[in-house]
Design a protein around this ligand. Structure first.
Ligand code: B12
Ligand code: SF4
Length: 468
């Protein structure tokens, strides 16, 4: 038995401590990658604890927690946005738990493994960790400093150990959008087959890989889905534990193979979740919605309530060169299909995208915001383009010398704190956005706040008592 401390260097939306008083998803949810690693480590008899920076009041508390846990292995994960804090956690471990084996992994270190070694990791595991992390812990000397994880058979994995995150049961009761608590979130697969140029697809395609059968020195993408049966088994276990009323499916894209989605919907009916009124949230591409409206209808009948669509833009010029594979007309049709089915549409836009020649045109964003006004989705989430390392667009923006900052904390962020791309007029963007945002704030912000505060005061406590 080895004492392993897994470290999530994520920072919540309001900085230190925001995970103790969750207001949005970044504050609320367990880190699934770590929850999966914890499940296999526990299965093998190890003692696993979690240091989650979202729950800490500052670095001092983080250090104290690590000191108290006295881990023999420290495993730090990193997404790009968190890489600065991840490096600091590795450095902290070298002082606070000097005898511990320091390991690093996650999408950022899969792409940039040397960064972890420079920050003090003994070994970096690229790719998926469920099979190889226990093997490294058992026998570290057998592994190179930078090593590829063996991809697991998803149906053979134990379910994510969500309760590694303290207070998990209480977190289920926080309302998210119009979903009724208790709310569980889960993943039905790994990876996305599309290749939008702004997305960290290349990073994901490195994360979810296996050696090529023809040339074992090369790695090839290994995207895969759990079987419907395995997903249903996990839901059954979650039902027993939490009697959830809503599910957030956090896959990049839920509708990848229509046959899988149809089988899943039938299984939801058979298991009685649709009858019990369980509703769910999932993300689907606009072109897939247009191609398979019948499957979307089946999903609605099986409980789909909120559908998140990455429209990104309504400018055909931008959609074309971003490699999104959709058009403004497809976007509008997808929204209409969902709205006709009575689904709540969660619309996502990226603003401040330069065209292929590197220049930003305000009319591209005007077109998008006008489309949102006409569509009147239930939810509207916007971000300003902040190219993320590992994406095609990041390299392009570097080549064009458009990036004014390259700190990890800013890249890929929904809310970059500072001006990011040369030539984009962010003040003008804010002015254009203001009337659209105020319209949505009028609708959902007060509702959300009302729910959050009312629930927190008394219903949370009551609901907690009613959990099985
Ligand atoms: C679900 C999700 C979210 C959820 C997370 C909720 C949750 N319950 O975890 C929410 C909505 C909160 C979210 C937020 C964001 N996300 Co997100 N998200 C995802 C998504 C779709 C799945 C993540 C996941 O659970 N994967 C499955 C697990 C098993 O994989 P994993 O975490 O990588 O862990 C495995 C390995 O990496 C490895 N491993 C991981 N850590 C360690 C540590 C050690 C020591 C070892 C040995 C191994 C190891 O083993 C694990 C098991 O195999 C991914 C895309 C994807 N398909 O991966 C994007 C993704 C991770 N998100 C991304 C981004 C950009 C964001 C945001 C910045 C969005 C924004 N603009 O605000 C925020 C940042 C939040 C943050 N600071 O972490 C990017 C990250 C790109 C990058 N370079 O970092 C991704 C890759 C999407 C993309 N293609 O662009 N996200
Ligand atoms: S933006 Fe969505 S559809 Fe496109 S590659 Fe990324 S996850 Fe896949």
């Amino acid at each position: 038995m080895v004492r392993v401390m897994l470290v999530n260097p994520q920072q919540g939306s309001r900085g230190w401590g925001s995970g103790r008083d969750p207001l949005d998803l970044d504050d609320l949810l367990p880190h699934h990658g770590l929850a999966h690693l914890a499940a296999v480590l526990k299965q093998q008899g190890h003692e696993v604890s979690l240091l989650d920076l979202r729950l800490m009041s500052g670095w001092e508390q983080a250090r104290d927690e690590m000191e108290q846990a006295a881990p023999q292995v420290v495993g730090v994960t990193a997404r790009t946005q968190d890489a600065g804090r991840a490096a600091r956690c590795l450095a902290m471990a070298s002082k606070t738990a000097p005898g511990a084996l320091r390991l690093a992994g996650g999408i950022h270190y899969t792409m940039f493994p040397r960064e972890a070694l420079d920050a003090g990791a003994h070994k970096v595991l690229r790719g998926e960790g469920e099979v190889s992390l226990p093997a490294i812990i058992a026998n570290p000397d057998l592994f190179n400093d930078i090593t590829w994880g063996e991809p697991p058979e998803l149906d053979a994995l134990p379910f994510a150990l969500r309760e590694l995150l303290p207070d998990y049961r209480r977190r289920l009761l926080y309302p998210v959008w119009s979903l009724r608590p208790p709310i569980v979130d889960m993943l039905t697969g790994r990876g996305c087959p599309w290749g939008c140029r702004f997305c960290c697809g290349p990073g994901e395609k490195a994360l979810y890989t296996r050696p090529s059968p023809r040339d074992p020195g090369k790695r090839i993408p290994y995207l895969r889905r759990r079987s419907v049966e395995h997903v249903m088994l996990e839901l059954a276990e979650l039902w027993q534990r939490y009697r959830f009323r809503s599910i957030i499916f956090h896959d990049d894209q839920f509708l990848i193979e229509p046959e899988w989605a149809s089988r899943f919907c039938r299984a939801m009916h058979q298991a009685g979740y649709s009858r019990r009124g369980v509703s769910w949230w999932a993300a689907c591409r606009a072109d897939m919605i247009c191609r398979h409206p019948g499957v979307i209808a089946e999903m609605r009948d099986a409980g789909l309530k909120v559908i998140s669509i990455g429209f990104e833009s309504f400018s055909d010029e931008l959609l074309g060169w971003l490699g999104k594979g959709t058009t403004s007309a497809i976007n509008r049709r997808a929204a209409a299909i969902c709205q006709d089915l009575g689904l709540e549409v969660f619309a996502n836009l990226i603003l401040g995208i330069p065209r292929e020649d590197g220049t930003w045109h305000r009319e591209d964003d005007q077109i998008s915001l006008q489309a949102i006004k006409e569509m009147a989705p239930n939810y509207f989430s916007h971000s300003f383009l902040s190219p993320i390392p590992g994406s095609w667009l990041y390299n392009w923006a570097l080549e064009k010398e458009l990036m004014l900052h390259q700190e990890h904390a800013q890249t890929g962020s929904r809310r970059p704190g500072r001006v990011l791309l040369r030539g984009v007029d962010y003040d003008e963007l804010e002015r254009m956005l203001a009337p659209v945002i105020s319209r949505y704030q009028k609708f959902w912000r007060p509702r959300l706040e009302h729910y959050t505060y009312r629930l927190r005061s008394w219903r949370l406590a009551r609901a907690e008592r009613n959990l099985p």
